[in-house]
Design a protein around this ligand. Structure first.
Ligand SMILES: [Zn+2]
Length: 387
């Protein structure tokens, strides 16, 4: 098999945050050697440049850009097809894996796997499960139950009680969900119930237990308020999403349980018209508390809250909130892979790992410069952008 040599450049060790001079050899979809003085059948000249692992966005919505603007005036095919340009945009930014936090169906994953469309590999959660009246409940006081998707691939997400919690997990898994997404508090955009805890401990425990039984799937919990985040942690959920108003008790519970925080700072740090200044400050404070408590943090954007083309700005927000440049890059690579339980396969430039690579001109780590420095992107050893 042909061996591609990435020669004479520098490589970021995302675990230590160090940049070192090294060659990298890729064979098929794998990195097979990292070191000095290596050779290959063909070379990519990396002199003066930095290779970093492909980025991983742990909270995005690749199929919601159009649906959010016009829920009922467009044909059903618009939702999945709207993901096509989004996925191409993300790949061009060096994002080679995404966890979709609802909106994408399992067919989009199939289309990427089979090469029908170019994009990051995608893990799907289909819809956000919730109790009656939660933010995944598309009920209207005028029309009643709305068949928002009209599609068996996007199952009914509303449940009440521990027995029904197991049923909703099974419905999602039956339709191809890789992750279970649940909303445990209200949303900032709706502005109600942000501090509520919308599930009972019994409901949350049943969701997590059932997801674990179903192939060891993880549960990602939308939670703005501290008590919802604390419940998620105590119930064994894998990650808390947003966590805008965390406190010491919440981050303590998360650190103890090893619960990940995916802060999605893009929600509050860019869109100032949607989120009040106090909330933006509270969000930064939550991340500082989490870092101080030792809560593991992974990168997620929650786009299209901001345009998908701005995805890498989340790294700037993470850096500014306390992770620093190297910490932000780590959150978007190896730590994101650890959250997704994919760290054996990807997330760093090392022997045997998947050849998801981003070539940056220059060797600095400042996230604000990343987007303009992308000279090439490889997914599974194949060049998919740049050059
Ligand atoms: Zn989201």
């Amino acid at each position: 098999m042909k061996r591609t040599l990435f020669s004479s450049g520098s490589v970021l060790d995302v675990v230590s945050g160090e940049v070192r001079g090294a060659d990298v050899v890729v064979e098929g979809d794998r990195i097979v050697a990292v070191g000095r003085g290596l050779d290959g059948d063909e070379a990519v000249d990396c002199a003066g440049s930095l290779l970093v692992p492909g980025f991983i966005d742990c909270h995005t919505h690749v199929a919601l850009s159009q649906t959010m603007k016009d829920s009922f005036g467009l044909a059903r095919s618009v939702r999945p097809l709207s993901a096509v340009p989004v996925l191409r945009t993300l790949l061009g930014l060096g994002i080679t894996t995404v966890r979709d936090a609802w909106g994408a169906d399992a067919g989009i994953r199939v289309a990427v796997e089979r090469g029908w469309i170019e994009g990051p590999r995608i893990l799907v959660s289909l819809r956000q499960v919730c109790t009656t009246g939660g933010i995944g409940d598309h009920w209207s006081i005028r029309a009643g139950d709305l068949d928002f998707f009209g599609d068996p691939a996007m199952p009914e997400p509303v449940f009440d009680g521990p027995v029904d919690a197991r049923a909703v997990v099974r419905r999602m898994v039956r339709a191809g969900a890789d992750w279970i997404k649940v909303t445990a508090s209200g949303s900032m955009s709706r502005g109600v119930g942000v501090h509520d805890v919308q599930l009972t401990p019994g409901e949350m425990a049943a969701l997590v237990d059932e997801a674990t039984r179903q192939g060891g799937r993880g549960v990602m919990v939308h939670a703005h308020g501290a008590r919802a985040a604390e419940l998620a942690a105590r119930s064994g959920a894998r990650s808390v999403e947003h966590g805008m108003f965390l406190d010491e008790a919440a981050v303590g519970a998360m650190a103890e349980a090893g619960t990940w925080l995916v802060p999605t700072l893009s929600v509050s740090q860019s869109a100032s018209d949607q989120v009040p200044a106090e909330a933006a400050e509270a969000h930064r404070r939550s991340v500082r508390l989490a870092i101080a408590a030792g809560v593991p943090i992974a990168m997620g954007t929650d786009n299209p809250v901001r345009p998908h083309a701005e995805a890498l700005r989340e790294l700037e927000h993470l850096s500014a909130a306390g992770l620093g440049h190297a910490g932000a890059l780590r959150a978007a690579t190896i730590d994101a892979a650890r959250l997704l339980r994919l760290a054996d396969d990807r997330g760093e430039i090392a022997d045997g790992k998947r050849a998801d690579l981003v070539l940056l001109s220059g060797i600095g780590l400042d996230p604000a410069t990343l987007e303009s420095r992308i000279a090439g992107v490889w997914r599974d050893g194949r060049r998919v952008a740049g050059g």
